[in-house]
Design a protein around this ligand. Structure first.
Ligand code: ISC
Ligand code: MG
Length: 473
């Protein structure tokens, strides 16, 4: 077979209901698969799209019983996708340095003949053995959904991906997709479902252990070995019965907030999700957007309003130093791979619901030979907002000092296509395994950090997720 080319078929010009969209896609799909001129393997991916009347992708997803299930909202809320099923995927599961993982991803995305997005994520560091709860997540797992609702700038569409695998007859691939379309629920939502009662919560490390570990780290700063390190905590929540982790997204109380919403559920009840405010980067061909985000103040800690929290943060010498490590490292890492690096001079305050962060925006142009996601991922991940300075020493310390594996926590999560990508940093995140949910968040330690305040900072960072779990939102 020569290189198959990919095509896109639009099935409805005017917005229609979900059932109408599914019907027109089924009709186009059947017509396509029964056309003999298509049987010669000319096409690898055929994308069918139908415009939809107003549809909420998250409510649609909640109503579907087809896995994997994924969900993505960018920080601005202008780019939303909910997807089900696996048309194609890029999966890799071998321990080793992350640059191998990134190159594997690059090699596979580059070989595609189409520009559709693959959604997924990767491990923070790919060398640490992971607990069994992480098993379905792999070193790297990106997938092209079989069916998805995408809403960009308030224009929802239903998309179906007919993907013909090597050696597979077109009719078999079409039958698979048709089956998913038949099983897609187009009816009314059966009711939201509720989060069951929260039983126990335990923290790893304990507060006492955290303080001891932080003090050890502060000694390494005084000895001059290290500049910054981010230590994370894990909270283990046990519920009375298993439930759908999607309820965390459905119950998120701040739909207008400046956070990404990311959800990846490879198997029923086993999901990784994140309400992260932090962009790793956005790439469109050679144009790159990235940022430094580090340094935190909570409204609660000040018992004052957001304006005061912003003012406090912009005058906090320790937080500015904590932020500076990230800003300087990003500039240094971009230098060899970019031109036109435009890193804002002035640091700003980014307001979330209960927290304020220091934030610096950066844009740059990738050099032609560097315009690939493997190059950008290797350069930027992990920034000293989640790793430390110097990077390798910090990564080793994190593995030595944290009493759990990070898995996908703080790893790059998002989507990638041939010429574009957007990755968020998977912090303020959770791993769900039926009735157990692990929450992850961390804090940046620099010389002068106070271990007890850093413990409280992490409490505030997981505050929204804990409130959902306790049903006190
Ligand atoms: C590592 C996390 O937050 C980072 C991002 C913003 C502010 C941070 C801080 O002030 O410590 C952290 O560097 C996390 O939430 O898990
Ligand atoms: Mg901090």
């Amino acid at each position: 077979m020569s290189n198959p080319t990919d095509i896109s078929i639009s099935t409805s010009e005017h917005p229609v209901s979900l059932a109408g969209a599914a019907g027109s896609i089924k009709a186009s799909l059947s017509a396509f698969a029964s056309d003999e001129t298509h049987l010669c393997g000319k096409h690898r991916l055929i994308t069918f799209t139908a415009r939809l009347k107003e549809t909420d992708p998250l409510l649609w997803l909640q109503n579907q019983d087809i896995y994997p299930r994924i969900y993505w909202t960018n920080r601005e809320g202008t780019d939303i996708t909910a997807g089900i099923g696996k048309a194609d995927s890029i999966e890799y599961d071998h321990a080793g340095p992350n640059n191998h993982t990134f190159e594997y991803l690059q090699h596979h995305i580059e070989s595609k003949q189409h520009d559709e997005r693959y959604f997924g994520g990767c491990c923070f560091n790919n060398v640490q053995p992971r607990e069994e709860d992480w098993a379905p997540f792999k070193s790297l797992y990106f997938l092209l959904p079989q069916l998805q609702i995408t809403r960009q700038n308030d224009n929802p569409v239903l998309k179906a991906h007919l993907y013909v695998h090597d050696g597979e007859p077109l009719t078999a691939a079409a039958a698979r997709l048709l089956d998913t379309l038949e099983n897609m629920n187009t009816g009314k939502i059966a009711g939201e479902g509720t989060i069951p009662d929260l039983g126990t919560i335990s923290f790893s490390p304990s507060r006492e252990e955290w303080i001891t570990t932080c003090n050890k780290v502060l000694d390494t700063f005084n000895a001059g070995f290290m500049g910054k390190i981010i230590l994370a905590r894990r909270a283990q929540l046990e519920f009375s019965t298993p439930f759908s982790p999607l309820l965390f997204l459905l119950n998120y109380p701040f739909p207008e907030s400046s956070t990404y919403r990311y959800y990846f559920e490879p198997e029923p009840g086993r999901a990784f999700f994140s309400f992260t405010p932090e962009r790793l980067y956005r790439r469109d061909h050679d144009r790159l957007l990235t940022e430094a985000l580090a340094g935190t103040c909570s409204r609660e800690a000040l018992a004052e309003d957001t304006t005061d929290a912003c003012r406090h943060l912009l005058n906090s010498e320790k937080d500015i130093r904590e932020h500076r490590f990230v800003k300087d490292t990003i500039s240094k890492e971009l230098e060899p791979i970019c031109t036109d690096i435009d890193m804002e001079k002035q640091v700003r305050a980014l307001q979330l619901n209960n927290l304020v962060h220091l934030y610096t925006y950066c844009k740059a142009r990738l050099r032609p030979e560097c315009a690939s996601d493997a190059t950008v991922l290797e350069a930027l991940h992990p920034t000293p907002a989640v790793g430390g300075v110097p990077r390798d020493k910090a990564l080793q310390q994190i593995m030595d000092l944290e009493p759990f594996s990070r898995g996908w926590y703080a790893g790059p999560v998002g989507w990638i296509s041939r010429h574009a990508a957007e990755f968020a940093v998977g912090i303020r995140s959770a791993l769900a395994n039926r009735s157990t949910i692990y929450l992850f968040s961390g804090a940046g330690l620099v010389r002068g950090s106070n271990p007890a305040s850093e413990w409280d900072e992490v409490d505030h960072k997981i505050g929204d997720m804990l409130a959902i779990a306790r049903q006190t939102v």
